[in-house]
Ligand binder design. Sequence first.
Ligand code: ADP
Ligand code: MG
Length: 405
Amino acid sequence: MKTIDDLEVSGKRVLVRADLNVPLDGTRITDDGRIRASVPTLSALLERGAKVIVTAHLGRPKGDPETDKKYSLAPVAARLAELLGKPVAFAADTVGESAKATVAALGDGEIALLENVRFNPAETSKDAVERGKFADELAAFADLFVSDGFGAVHRRHASVYDVAEDLPSAAGYLITKELDVLKRLTENVERPYAVVLGGSKVSDKLAVIDNLLDKADRILIGGGMVFTFLKAQGHEVGKSLLEEDQLETVTGYLERAKDSGVEIVLPVDIVAATAFAADAEHEVVAADAIPADRLGLDIGPESGKLFAAKLAGTKTVFWNGPMGVFEMEAFAGGTRAVAQGLLDSGAFTVVGGGDSAAAVRQLGFVSDDNGHSDEDAFGHISTGGGASLEYLEGKLLPGITVLEG
Ligand code: ADP
Ligand code: MG
């Protein structure tokens, strides 16, 4: 796979697919980790005298920039300019008049960001011809393509996949770094290897367990996923998150784990609340005694201790998905305990998933001050939850294979 170091970029127009999909509260960016992670590639291209055109998505808009303003990348352009220390021209559309004028005005060493690429429905179209046409329009802006949006490489989208077939292409530094890290989780893993899974996208994440049962020594389960496991063991889970149609699959996992000697660690206690609310009444109950009228919003303190103990002595850990609703202080304890356990373990840790990354930052485990927040005690904070999970599932990532092509 070619990297940007293999490209002659001086004076060239370079289209960069970045991942700038950050959480916003109105127009305020609540976690700029992904913008920071895009900086090394962009800075390098600018220093080498390229004209840089950045394309990226934000959320899943249904309408256009006028009707769906909350999906505009405008706040991101402003933050990117601060981080780069130079102006970022912002185009109000993806391939329209504004984009054309903005790109035409770029000088060497200057940068522009195009509006949210998903405002154009062809970006995510299942129809390869439709996608291809849109990719051609994007490609017409540039001489070269650099793929660096790791969080989107598992998507066969126009700006991720099709455009790489139109232009000489290379991987940016974020992609190569993310892949290097993921290789440490799949090739010659240092053992014991533990995986911690949680969060709320339960059915998405159950698939990874299938593959991990052959690879991990220990799987710790928290977050919304727990309740499908507890139910599969015959326990009451009240109004907690539950994937009824996955019960059989989960039962199968538990049996396979037993056969293959993989330890599945489930919480022993649960913080059960009367409602999904920051001020909801709540109490700690045994994991097999959740009251029928309550919902579990975090693993309990005994489980936090248990999980930390199970992480002690491990050499490699992959963590995806918070242990509870960490956004609400009453339900952040489990996530905090696991984060602390990871730090104490000294293991090589990879944290994947947008909310998991936000959790470790928000709970104060990682400082953002040096701009290298992913390189400190936590080993590595991946910018791509879905992408890293699919990689660990053993799936091919279209945005990567097209670069190897
Ligand atoms: P990531 O983005 O790290 O992959 P997810 O998107 O799957 O993680 O899940 C993150 C969300 O899961 C958080 O917003 C958190 O509040 C929620 N969550 C965690 N535990 C529970 C639970 N027990 N019930 C409901 N939601 C939960
Ligand atoms: Mg998420």
